[in-house]
Ligand binder design. Structure first.
Ligand code: HPA
Length: 272
């Protein structure tokens, strides 16, 4: 079923952007839609034309596949992701990730909004994800046949890509923090007790996305990197109440610009 959908999506895309061969896939997180402006467009395809692509129900997620170039590097940009909490399906991004792999993307760059567990890493900061903790207990590969499902997750966040992103951030004057991202199911924010538990487990930032796409991309043998915009201090750590509107506002206002500059420098350097 999934793979039939992927084949149909590939043929829709090949019809709309004949001969276009993206090398890098990008997933835009909550409030980071302005990054799409950095792309010189070749084609824009609504998810509704792509069988198996989820129609995002979360504000800040458009639901379009944008094909184009950033600094001459051909990219496929998922403007809008769906989350586990929207339908209770961890594999909701399976068709989009496999479609990007099928188009020839060897690398997937993910962005997200996250809460910080480090008081010194304040809202507006950007964090390069070094590793993750899947706190939900679910996998997008549940039900997947074959031995490939036993995906090796060591160095899931590719060390060479991380080095290149760090260099790009330095070159653009952007401070890039590094840390471990923990995935909670949501959609309610965490309790302060859950955040204390996450801290003891070794997490630096908390969010409701990204981990399923990383597992799917590693299963598809893509290289992966992820950047988090810190939109708030995690539950119980700050005075401000947590809200989706605040997440959108901080991501759009501060971190998005630093991520845009970092990615532009990364792509200007050839993007690997
Ligand atoms: N928790 C979970 N997801 C988030 C947060 C948070 O504090 N901030 C932005 N996304």
């Amino acid at each position: 079923m999934t793979n039939d959908d992927v084949h149909k999506c590939l043929s829709v895309i090949r019809d709309r952007a004949p001969g276009f061969a993206p090398r890098i896939g990008i997933v835009l997180g909550t409030g980071l839609g302005s990054l799409a402006d950095a792309v010189a467009p070749v084609a824009t395809i609504p998810y509704s034309d792509l069988p198996g692509f989820p129609i995002p129900s979360v504000s800040g997620h458009a639901g379009t596949l944008l094909l184009g170039r950033i600094a001459d590097v051909p990219v496929a940009l998922l403007h809008g992701r769906a989350h586990y909490y929207e339908h209770g399906r961890a594999d909701v991004m399976k068709v989009p990730v496999r479609t990007l792999a099928g188009l020839g993307c060897q690398t997937l760059l993910l962005t997200n909004a996250a809460g910080s567990l480090r008081p010194q890493v304040t809202p507006g900061s950007v964090m390069l994800v070094t590793d993750h903790i899947n706190f939900t207990g679910v996998s997008p590969l549940f039900g997947e046949p074959g031995n490939d499902r036993f995906v090796d997750m060591v160095d899931a966040y590719d060390p060479a890509l991380r080095d290149r992103l760090k260099a790009a951030a330095t070159a653009s004057g952007v401070t890039l923090h590094e840390g471990v991202y923990i995935w909670f199911a949501g959609p309610s924010f965490e309790t302060p007790a859950e955040i204390r538990a996450a801290d003891r487990l070794g997490a630096d930032a908390v969010g409701m996305s990204t981990v399923p796409e990383v597992v799917l991309a590693r299963h598809a043998r893509m290289k992966v990197a992820a950047l988090s915009v810190i939109t708030n201090l995690a539950a119980g750590m700050g005075d401000a109440p947590l809200s989706h509107l605040e997440t959108l506002r901080v991501a759009a206002a501060r971190g998005a610009e630093d991520i845009r500059r970092t990615l532009l420098a990364f792509f200007a350097d050839g993007a690997g």
